[in-house]
Design a protein around this ligand. Structure first.
Ligand SMILES: C[S@@+](CC[C@H](N)C(=O)[O-])C[C@H]1O[C@@H](n2cnc3c(N)ncnc32)[C@H](O)[C@@H]1O
Length: 190
């Protein structure tokens, strides 16, 4: 990964802007992943955990693991008042600290463009997802931003690149889904 593509943790408060709940509706994330109470989910690159908490709050009884490679982000996640059952922890790059096939769904929001080579992480996602479990990737549209936020255009990935990466990683039913303002969403099954 080229380090300049990585989100600067010093700017982490930007992730807690409530406008993001309109752009990235937690209800839509829940619906796409068909989230239910009693099931186990994973948010990769959860940042401050702002969106993770809002999604978890919509699914009472669900367990949501939130991972990030940045210690500062994980500290912040741990300090934030919990909504729902959230379990933050730090991850090493491309290593998901879970047993095989224990996740019912996995999501990752505005992280894919920071990954560089996505393949090793996608392989790990396939390992921890149960057969038939869903993966949702959401990232910034690769076009000039009306809202003036998000990474520079040349740091972004196109929706086609994400679709291709998921197909190459042998996910099935890879589909582009609507419902986000400045972002695209790609849903796939293990
Ligand atoms: C733009 S922030 C998005 C945070 C959160 N998903 C949200 O939308 O509020 C990107 C996050 O991904 C994390 N990240 C970048 N590369 C990662 C990787 N390879 N594995 C896990 N987390 C990563 C960064 O540390 C940062 O917290």
């Amino acid at each position: 990964m080229s380090t300049e593509k990585k989100f600067d943790p010093a700017k982490r408060k930007k992730l807690n802007n409530p406008i993001r709940l309109e752009w990235l509706p937690p209800e839509r994330i829940k619906a796409l992943l068909e989230m239910q109470g009693g099931k186990t989910y994973l948010d990769i690159g959860a940042g401050t955990g702002y969106l993770s908490r809002e999604v978890a709050a919509k699914v009472p009884g669900a367990v949501v693991h939130t991972l990030d490679i940045e210690p500062l982000m994980v500290e912040e996640m741990k300090q934030s008042t919990g909504k729902g059952s959230i379990f933050p922890q730090r991850m090493e790059r491309d290593i998901l600290p879970f047993d095989d096939a224990i996740m019912d769904g996995v999501w990752s929001i505005t992280v894919f463009h920071e990954l560089g080579k996505a393949r090793p992480l996608l392989r790990e996602v396939r390992r921890v997802l149960r057969p038939g479990g869903r993966l949702l990737i959401v990232d910034w549209e690769k076009k000039e931003e009306a809202c003036g936020q998000g990474p520079p255009l040349d740091h972004r990935v196109s929706v086609e690149e994400v679709v291709e990466a998921l197909r190459e990683a042998c996910f099935s039913d890879v589909q582009v889904m609507a419902g986000f303002t400045h972002h695209f969403a790609v849903l796939a099954r293990n």
